[in-house]
Design a protein around this ligand. Structure first.
Ligand SMILES: [Zn+2]
Length: 93
Protein backbone atom coordinates (compact mmCIF):
# COMPACT_ATOMS: atom_id res chain seq x y z
CA UNK A 1 0.00 0.00 0.00
CA UNK A 2 1.04 3.56 -0.48
CA UNK A 3 0.22 6.87 1.13
CA UNK A 4 -0.45 8.13 -2.39
CA UNK A 5 -3.74 6.28 -1.86
CA UNK A 6 -5.27 9.01 0.23
CA UNK A 7 -7.62 11.00 -1.93
CA UNK A 8 -6.37 14.60 -1.95
CA UNK A 9 -9.50 16.10 -3.49
CA UNK A 10 -12.94 15.00 -4.71
CA UNK A 11 -12.75 13.72 -8.28
CA UNK A 12 -9.08 12.90 -7.93
CA UNK A 13 -7.70 9.37 -8.06
CA UNK A 14 -4.19 8.62 -6.74
CA UNK A 15 -2.06 6.56 -9.13
CA UNK A 16 1.08 5.20 -7.39
CA UNK A 17 3.07 5.82 -10.59
CA UNK A 18 1.61 9.14 -11.89
CA UNK A 19 0.38 10.76 -8.67
CA UNK A 20 -3.08 12.32 -8.24
CA UNK A 21 -5.03 12.34 -11.53
CA UNK A 22 -8.57 13.06 -12.65
CA UNK A 23 -10.81 10.08 -11.91
CA UNK A 24 -12.09 10.15 -15.53
CA UNK A 25 -8.71 8.71 -16.59
CA UNK A 26 -9.43 5.46 -14.74
CA UNK A 27 -11.67 2.54 -15.60
CA UNK A 28 -13.23 0.08 -13.15
CA UNK A 29 -11.89 -3.44 -13.56
CA UNK A 30 -13.91 -5.61 -11.22
CA UNK A 31 -13.81 -7.23 -7.81
CA UNK A 32 -10.44 -8.84 -6.96
CA UNK A 33 -12.07 -11.01 -4.31
CA UNK A 34 -14.33 -12.95 -6.71
CA UNK A 35 -12.68 -16.19 -7.85
CA UNK A 36 -12.92 -17.08 -11.55
CA UNK A 37 -14.51 -20.52 -12.09
CA UNK A 38 -12.13 -23.22 -13.26
CA UNK A 39 -12.34 -25.47 -16.32
CA UNK A 40 -15.44 -27.67 -16.31
CA UNK A 41 -17.44 -25.32 -14.10
CA UNK A 42 -21.19 -25.27 -14.55
CA UNK A 43 -23.16 -22.59 -16.38
CA UNK A 44 -24.61 -21.62 -13.00
CA UNK A 45 -21.09 -21.02 -11.60
CA UNK A 46 -20.21 -18.85 -14.65
CA UNK A 47 -23.47 -16.91 -14.39
CA UNK A 48 -22.82 -16.24 -10.69
CA UNK A 49 -19.24 -15.15 -11.49
CA UNK A 50 -20.31 -12.80 -14.29
CA UNK A 51 -23.53 -11.28 -12.95
CA UNK A 52 -24.03 -11.73 -9.20
CA UNK A 53 -22.36 -9.16 -6.99
CA UNK A 54 -22.76 -8.04 -3.43
CA UNK A 55 -23.70 -4.41 -2.99
CA UNK A 56 -21.50 -3.84 0.02
CA UNK A 57 -21.62 -0.77 2.22
CA UNK A 58 -18.30 0.57 3.49
CA UNK A 59 -14.75 -0.31 2.52
CA UNK A 60 -14.37 -2.52 -0.59
CA UNK A 61 -11.41 -3.65 -2.71
CA UNK A 62 -11.66 -2.98 -6.46
CA UNK A 63 -9.53 -3.37 -9.57
CA UNK A 64 -8.94 -0.12 -11.45
CA UNK A 65 -6.77 0.58 -14.48
CA UNK A 66 -5.20 3.93 -15.35
CA UNK A 67 -6.58 3.59 -18.88
CA UNK A 68 -5.76 7.13 -20.05
CA UNK A 69 -2.41 7.28 -18.29
CA UNK A 70 0.30 4.76 -17.49
CA UNK A 71 -1.92 1.69 -18.01
CA UNK A 72 -1.11 0.35 -14.55
CA UNK A 73 -3.60 -2.06 -12.96
CA UNK A 74 -4.36 -1.11 -9.38
CA UNK A 75 -6.16 -2.46 -6.36
CA UNK A 76 -7.93 0.36 -4.53
CA UNK A 77 -9.74 0.29 -1.22
CA UNK A 78 -12.74 2.59 -1.61
CA UNK A 79 -15.49 3.52 0.81
CA UNK A 80 -18.80 3.00 -1.01
CA UNK A 81 -20.54 5.50 1.27
CA UNK A 82 -18.14 8.44 0.89
CA UNK A 83 -16.44 7.30 -2.39
CA UNK A 84 -13.09 8.22 -0.83
CA UNK A 85 -10.09 6.11 -1.79
CA UNK A 86 -8.42 4.82 1.37
CA UNK A 87 -5.42 3.14 -0.27
CA UNK A 88 -4.06 2.18 -3.69
CA UNK A 89 -1.40 -0.31 -4.67
CA UNK A 90 -0.21 -1.90 -7.88
CA UNK A 91 -2.05 -5.11 -8.72
CA UNK A 92 0.39 -7.96 -9.20
CA UNK A 93 -0.49 -11.25 -10.86
ZN1 LIG B 1 -0.83 6.09 -13.74
Amino acid sequence: MTDAGLTPAPGSFPCPFCGPRDEAEFRYGGDPDVARPGPGSSDEDWARYLYVRENRRGLVREYWVHAQGCGLWLIAERDTVTHLIQSVREATP
